[in-house]
Design a protein around this ligand. Structure first.
Ligand SMILES: [Zn+2]
Length: 166
């Protein structure tokens, strides 16, 4: 059975129906994520299912596809950050369950789950810490005293190498 994408679900109603939900919505509908990336009118495509059997605990599992635009930290030009990620989350799990399942949980508000918030959290977690174009020469004005060299300088192992050399 195929269900329609909506923002809020009553979890008890969806659990056990094995409905596969799929659809898409606009990046602009996620304000926290929008403030972290460059607006590009991205469409966020997803499909997911509520289940009690997949993990023997109420859960939501699914897949997200989109293309976000982030700033390259070398040339400060936009670069595409493709996202294709699977997620599997318990619903309203106790701390003990989270530990024993080794899975994260989402929490409902009185039995209602805000799906957009769940998806937004997953996408924010998947953002690169440092984004740079694959092309190391994307910034023609890049100075020799580059980030790579700073990293090298601060690397404790390179300090050891220097000591060994003495
Ligand atoms: Zn770049």
């Amino acid at each position: 059975m195929q269900g329609k994408l909506q923002q809020v679900y009553r979890v008890s109603k969806e659990l056990g129906q094995n409905s596969l939900f799929s659809g898409s919505f606009q990046l602009s509908q996620l304000s926290r994520l929008s403030s972290l990336v460059i607006a590009n009118g991205a469409e966020i495509k997803l499909n997911f299912v509520f289940s009690t059997t997949a993990y023997h605990h109420p859960s939501i599992t699914g897949h997200i596809d989109t293309e976000l635009l982030v700033e390259c930290q070398r040339c400060l030009e936009p670069m595409v950050h493709p996202v294709s990620l699977d997620f599997a989350l318990l619903i309203d799990a106790s701390d003990d369950d989270v530990k024993s399942f080794q899975m994260d949980t989402v929490y409902t508000d009185d039995g209602y789950l805000d799906l957009f918030e769940v998806i937004e959290d997953e996408l924010i977690l998947a953002l690169p810490v440092i984004s740079m174009h694959d092309d190391p020469t994307c910034n023609k004005h890049w100075q020799p005293d580059s980030v790579e060299q700073v990293v090298e300088k601060n690397n404790p192992f390179s300090v050891l190498e220097t000591l060994k050399g003495k």
